[in-house]
Write a protein that binds this ligand. Structure first.
Ligand code: GN1
Ligand code: MG
Length: 354
């Protein structure tokens, strides 16, 4: 049977059955996440806080593989930058507690004195965010063998999601909204722009997955390690820019520039202007295809509150892609004028030997 959060806490971590306060945390579409508050045990009287998560079985076919990967990544970042959250071992000294339905629960230490950013972010914050995810990729470049196995097949690969879309089109019971379908069809060739190529990625580089220090513009901690796997480095950059550089459809090129500076400094990669400019649109389109497909498939992947939620999310991503398309030329000019980036090489030319 699927456990309740309280039962998971009691059987997995706190057999003493001390009273706890539990409330839902965050805005994720995948896992169930709760903030757990326990009575103080220290003389200062500070309550102890944790984050409890149940891994989604709809999304992660093999939660044990997810936890194995997460533990290896945590180990690789001991004493490294950026910092990662601390996992709390179960009373059985395991990284996760498994309930009667084979669902995986895990507990993180809540990171006090840190904050999640709200948009619009400042220039320095955008730079720090880029730096943190870039530095994450840099640290992963020395990840030991064996290579991490993907936790989701085809993850972030537009070509994969277009093939799924085609399958769903043949069997959906819903009428396919024409404008969105046409938008996607016209952009199919983008699938070849950033094919998977074995670079380690974080896989969910959105602003919400960063904790900033309470009193500064610096990133304190990078969250969400479930999708660290081989991919294409530009996917992470694209995801970050998509998540922080627009507010209500308005693209902020100063934030794109700041995030790009940070990312290139943090990762130590060549700043290929064409790749940096194209990646956010690629990720936006890839997400639009995923949301649109899930809508047509009856919302089997992303959590929804109402039946039209995934269609709405697809439309938001489409608007975002349009915005990046409109600004493509000016972004290209702006990044090319910055000596930190390399305007000369097209990413196609260097992607084979980089
Ligand atoms: C999902 O649940 P959340 O928000 O962390 C998704 C990401 C998407 C994101 C869009 C494993 O992440 O790929 O970018 O929604 N994660 C997975 O909001 O599919
Ligand atoms: Mg996530």
């Amino acid at each position: 049977m699927i456990a309740t959060p309280l039962a998971a806490l009691r059987d997995g971590w706190f057999a003493d059955a001390q009273p706890v306060e539990l409330r839902p945390l965050g805005e994720g579409h995948i896992n169930d996440t709760f903030l757990v508050t326990r009575p103080p045990t220290d003389p200062a009287g500070n309550p102890q806080r944790f984050v409890l998560q149940a891994l989604s079985r709809r999304v992660f076919a093999d939660p044990h593989r997810v936890m194995d990967n997460v533990c290896r990544v945590l180990e690789h970042f001991v004493d490294a930058v950026p910092r990662l959250p601390a996992l709390v071992k179960t009373v059985q000294d395991r990284s996760a507690w498994v309930d009667g339905a084979d669902d995986c629960w895990r507990l993180w230490r809540f990171r006090e004195h840190s904050r999640v950013l709200r948009r619009p972010v400042g220039i320095d914050e955008a730079r720090s965010a880029g730096y943190a995810f870039g530095a994450f990729q840099r640290q992963m470049q020395s990840f030991p063998e064996p290579k991490l196995a993907p936790t989701i097949v085809g993850f972030l690969d537009l070509g994969h999601y277009l093939r799924e879309y085609d399958r769903i089109l043949t069997r959906t019971g819903l009428e396919v909204p024409k404008a969105e379908h046409r938008f996607i069809e016209l952009r199919r060739p983008l699938a070849g722009r950033f094919p998977p190529r074995g670079d380690y990625i974080h896989g969910d580089c959105k602003l919400d997955n960063l904790l900033f220090a309470e009193q500064s513009d610096q990133v304190d901690c990078v969250l969400d390690l479930d999708t660290v796997m081989p991919g294409h480095w530009a996917w992470d950059f694209g995801d970050l820019v998509r998540s922080l550089a627009t507010t209500e459809g308005e693209l902020r090129s100063d934030l794109v520039l700041a995030a790009a500076r940070g990312f290139v400094s943090g990762s130590g990669r060549v700043g290929e202007v064409a790749a940096l400019v194209d990646a956010p649109g690629y990720i936006g389109l890839m997400l639009a295809v995923r949301f649109f497909s899930d809508h047509l498939a009856g919302n089997q992947y992303f959590k929804v509150d109402a039946p039209g939620d995934n269609l709405q999310r697809a439309r938001e991503q489409i608007a975002l892609v349009e915005s990046f398309e409109q600004h493509r030329h000016s972004l290209f000019e702006m990044l090319s004028a910055d000596p930190l980036f390399d305007p000369g090489l097209s990413s196609e030319l260097i992607s084979d030997n980089h």
